[in-house]
Design a protein around this ligand. Structure first.
Ligand code: ATP
Ligand code: MG
Length: 590
């Protein structure tokens, strides 16, 4: 028997007040509308509404993975340290890896990703080139001890991820699967009704060289992206920047007293020059703890990820460390640095001859500091963060800056794990060769919140029909009424029968309360059943997204139901045809 949900029984505690520790609107709404609750820092429980959405996102991902021939498996969350020693990541991964010791004093970790486990899983049994390519995936909780868990499901310590891994005997075969995965990810984003963008990215802890991130565009996103009308788009962690530092008019080295100057803006104002004539210094240390000063044009920021690519292990020094190195925090410069401090500078600074920099003495700066004469740069690199208006590296046109939520990422790993972990197949000539691998992740729980971040208004959430906790909410205006209640019950049952997910608000609440909650939860379609409508022989419908209300006569409605029964029209198509809810229009309307 097809059934429907009853609001009177649904466990969905709503909140009147906006939770004070939730900054993002999506986080606030998911809490207020009773989709989830925080259990501890970075850890959430999904309540029935939230879990229904999670499962729908999972199913979309599952369908798209199955469609490209990836096979679902399930690996353990708990992983032995030995495998991580084999790959070398036990040491490389850092404090984000949740580590523990079992009763036999064996080191373990909770999986943040599963390259080690899967490589060990296939290494003795996927043996022949004839079995390749092979693609496997799982959907499961991942653990990362994030330094700043925040924004609800966006950056949590336990979260749901789909992770897929592929094994190949040639680069071409890897590229084929990588392209299939990329297309699958595009379809996933479309089915989730996300306004998204694939962007060039950094491969971070996972490794490999070719990678692409999928970002849901949102002003609240943590990632900064640059994009160009020619189609180029990249995370600013990798996008080449194109600063244009300007020459300061003095060419002789001159020390200037700069009292009360602490920022670049203050320095530029004091010297009556643009910020682009000044040079900003950031003191950090390399993996051995040795000091490295990095310089970028005054009007740009140092990009820490780019810095780490030039100086492995680069981290900024804190105030104490700077003091211990014998340097003044506010006035670090390139002239007269203590012995042993390495100097790296943004490539763009090669375009100016004379720098305006700190004098390594509180309250003083140098103007006219000439590289080669007054100081020597040890290495040049792309170190600054790209900005709005920077030249597109592909066509030269000015780029625009947007923000995004990374929902997914695909990687060509190469042989990083198969080589270190000895995972080989035998080729046509019987020669053992390491697998060429790829890996592909979708943040399921983060995606759910990304949809909520893009689809809401002042009244609450607006779920796309594809992942809504239910498609239709039937709202009887009076409960216990001889006429209205049975009519609403019958309507809910009829709709459920043709395959729609239906919730009946059978609570004895004022209509205003029911309407407000239906809007807050964000069911795509509301059907209102009242005495007047029944007398007129019609239902009142409301499209949550457009707010549009329209009446539908019983006759038309019955006809539509009958059609659905005969044609076996899929529920989403029925919704679209009958009530204008769902489908591709939703993507176009964002
Ligand atoms: P980020 O840069 O945001 O920390 P990541 O690049 O480290 O993410 P991946 O290793 O690429 O993440 O993981 C695959 C996907 O898992 C990400 O695209 C994202 O959607 C999701 N994800 C990663 N970390 C978290 C987290 N802390 N909370 C929720 N989802 C996450
Ligand atoms: Mg990523």
């Amino acid at each position: 028997m097809t059934t429907f949900l009853r609001m009177s029984q649904l466990y969905a505690p709503t909140l009147k007040e906006t939770p004070s520790d939730a900054e993002l609107v999506s986080h606030q709404l998911l809490l207020r509308a009773g989709f989830m609750r925080k259990s501890a820092t970075g850890m959430y429980s999904y309540l029935p509404l939230g879990y229904r959405v999670i499962k729908k996102v999972e199913n979309i991902v599952r369908e798209e993975m199955d469609a490209i021939g990836s096979q679902e498996i399930l690996m353990p969350i708990l992983q032995p340290a030995e495998l991580w020693h084999e790959s070398g990541r036990w040491d490389d991964y850092g404090p984000e890896l949740m580590r523990m010791v079992d009763r036999h004093e064996r080191s373990m970790c909770l999986g943040p990703t599963h390259e080690e486990i899967i490589t060990a899983l296939v290494r003795n049994e996927l043996r022949s080139y004839k079995q390749l390519p092979c693609s496997l995936y799982q959907i499961q909780d991942k653990f990362r001890d994030e330094i700043r868990p925040r924004f609800g499901l966006m950056r949590s310590r336990e979260f749901v991820m789909k992770d897929a891994y592929s094994f190949h005997d040639s680069q071409e075969s890897l590229e084929q699967t990588y392209a299939d995965m990329s297309h699958a990810y595009e379809r996933i984003c479309e089915r989730l009704c996300l306004d998204y963008r694939p962007v060039q990215a950094d491969s971070g802890q996972i490794g490999g060289s070719v990678t692409c991130e999928y970002h849901a565009l949102a002003p609240a996103g943590e990632a900064e992206l640059v994009s160009c009308s020619c189609g180029y788009a990249a995370n600013t962690e990798v996008a080449e920047s194109s600063p244009q530092p300007t020459e300061f008019p003095e060419t002789e080295l001159r020390k200037v007293e700069t009292p009360n100057v602490h920022t670049i803006a203050e320095l530029a104002e004091f010297l009556e020059c643009p910020e682009s004539s000044t040079v900003k210094a950031m003191l950090g240390k390399d993996e051995d703890g040795k000091p490295v000063v990095l310089f970028v044009p005054g009007d740009y920021e140092l990009n820490e990820l780019k810095a780490q690519r030039s100086v492995p292990g680069y981290t900024l020094m804190d105030d104490e460390e700077i003091e211990a190195a014998g340097l003044p925090k506010g006035s670090i410069g390139s002239v007269g640095l203590p012995e042993g401090v390495r100097i790296g500078a943004d490539r763009s600074l090669q375009n100016i001859e004379h720098w305006v920099v700190g004098a390594n003495e509180d309250g003083y700066h140098y103007v006219g500091a000439k590289q080669g004469r007054d100081f020597t740069v040890d290495f040049w690199a792309d170190l600054s963060t790209a900005q709005e208006g920077n030249a597109c590296p592909e066509c030269g046109k000015p780029m625009t800056l947007t923000r995004g939520i990374e929902v997914a990422q695909v990687f060509q790993l190469g042989t990083k794990y198969s080589e270190t972990m000895g995972a080989v197949y035998s080729d046509e000539d019987g020669v053992d060769k390491p697998f060429i691998m790829g890996c592909y992740g979708v943040g399921i729980s983060r995606s759910m919140q990304a949809v909520a971040e893009q689809h809401n208004d002042e009244y609450g959430l607006i779920w796309p029909a594809s992942i809504a906790p239910a498609h239709v909410c039937v709202l009887p205006l009076t409960v216990g009424d001889d006429e209205v209640q049975p009519a609403a019950e019958k309507l809910a049952a009829d709709l459920a029968e043709i395959g729609l997910e239906v919730v009946l608000d059978d609570r004895d609440e004022r209509p205003g309360v029911k309407f407000a909650e239906a809007d807050l939860i964000g069911w795509p379609l509301q059907i209102i059943v009242g005495k007047r409508g029944l007398a007129n022989g019609e239902y009142e419908m409301k499209n949550r997204r457009t707010g549009e209300k329209f009446a539908m006569s019983f006759a038309d409605f019955d006809e539509a139901l009958e059609l659905a029964r005969q044609d076996r029209t899929p529920a989403d198509e029925w919704l679209r045809n009958t009530a204008g809810v769902g489908g591709i229009d939703e993507i176009e309307s964002i």
